[in-house]
Design a protein around this ligand. Structure first.
Ligand code: ACO
Length: 363
């Protein structure tokens, strides 16, 4: 049975920055509260579509693997913020890339979308059903933000990452993985007022609100990620000493610290970029992976542990054995269309819309 080597990787982060200080201009919050509770200093706001970010991240990943899009036979795209319900975003990206031989599947498991995709893609390659797969994880979550909910609005941002996995005879890629779901707690994170479960006849329809039990999610996240991490190490017959770097879902720096403590690994072995981007949901792990490679944090043959959790409440972990190559075969200059606006300017009209709606709901 072949392995699924990660041969390409890429990221796309939008240029417009939204700092904690910017949020404090219209939300009752402060840089001090956000920094001490989450470790986040700023996040990015997208000015085009999720599929645009996915296209750019994918072009970088394809160049790193030196592959033509026509060689890809499957695209798995993890996201909860699709461009549209129909067509699915993986199809839009396939068309934009010219990946005419690829099947295209969206995976909505929220923050675990990339890890779920890598688990599925790796196992599809192992069965021989597919040979070259593009796994994408990304989110345009500011589009779904209710800017009047301070406990949620400060946490998230937009970004996207992608990897190429290819059938290989050498033991490399995701060598152990486990995904799961604590469905009994599915409403601990919920985006309401959009979807066929909501009546179209109410004034609230399309005014997204978030049910968000932050502390409950925090506790469950640490526990589930730690257990799944222990499970994949067991599966591979390895211990934490074998792990060179942990690349976890970036939701909150305090969660990352608690995870490191619970599994018993030193904080300097945990890759952190949540201060720059906030929680980009399905985008966090592939973006962190691309940045870990850019920063020379991954060496040939290293074992890397990934762990994630998100709405659902979905969770998972994967153990990656990196191959001999840690630099791209070809570099690529693909980028998003230019953006003249600041993060605050991009969201201004949405902020006003939510303010007006909450005033109307009260009166
Ligand atoms: N600014 C200022 N004060 C705030 C803010 C804000 N942005 N948000 C909440 N507060 C207030 C609260 O109202 C509360 O005030 P009170 O004591 O007067 O009632 C106080 O701050 C403390 O609130 P807590 O909820 O107790 O704060 P906590 O320390 O638990 O931190 C947080 C909240 C950051 C949300 C934390 O619980 C967390 O990170 N949870 C995990 C969430 C997560 O990572 N989710 C990811 C999955 S999302 C997905 O899958 C799509």
């Amino acid at each position: 049975m072949p392995y699924a080597e990660i041969t390409g990787w890429g990221k796309c982060v939008p240029p417009a920055v939204l700092r904690n200080e910017d949020l404090a201009t219209f939300i009752d919050t402060s840089d001090e509260w956000i920094t001490t509770r989450t470790g986040i200093k700023e996040r990015r706001v997208l000015h085009c579509n999720l599929s645009d970010m996915a296209r750019v991240a994918s072009l970088h990943a394809l160049a790193a693997a030196d592959l033509d899009p026509m060689e890809i036979d499957l695209i798995l795209l993890g996201s909860l913020t699709s461009d549209s319900q129909c067509p699915n975003t993986a199809s839009i990206v396939a068309d934009q890339l010219g990946a005419r031989n690829a099947a295209a599947i969206d995976i909505n498991s929220a923050c675990t979308g990339f890890l779920y995709g890598l688990h599925l893609g790796t196992n599809l390659i192992k069965t021989g059903a597919h040979q070259k797969i593009l796994v994408i994880g990304g989110e345009f979550i500011t589009h779904y933000m209710n800017w009047s909910q301070r406990e949620v609005a400060v946490l998230f941002g937009d970004a996207c990452g992608a990897v190429v996995i290819e059938a290989s005879e050498s033991e490399t890629g995701m060598i152990a993985s486990r995904i799961g779901c604590e469905s009994d707690a599915k409403y601990a994170i919920q985006i309401t007022n959009v979807g066929s479960g909501y009546s179209r006849l109410t004034d609230d329809f399309l005014y997204n609100a978030w049910n968000f039990e932050g502390q409950e999610v925090f506790k469950r996240a640490v526990k589930a990620m730690a257990q799944a991490s222990a499970d994949v190490l067991d599966q591979a017959g390895m211990s934490l000493e074998d792990v060179k770097l942990v690349v976890p879902h970036q939701a909150n720096k305090r969660i990352l610290d608690a995870l490191a403590k619970r599994i018993g690994i030193s904080e300097d072995k945990v890759f952190v970029n949540v201060h720059k981007y906030g929680n980009t949901s399905a985008g966090t792990i592939p973006v962190a992976l691309a940045e870990a490679l850019e920063e020379d944090r991954i060496k040939p043959g290293d074992h890397i542990l990934m762990a994630s959790f998100g709405a659902g409440l979905t969770y998972g972990a994967g153990l990656i054995k990196w191959s001999n190559r840690v630099s791209p075969l070809i570099t690529c200059d693909a980028e998003l269309p230019p953006c003249e606006k600041t993060g605050l300017e991009i969201i201004a009209s949405h902020v006003d819309r939510y303010k007006k709606h909450s005033l109307e709901s009260v009166s």
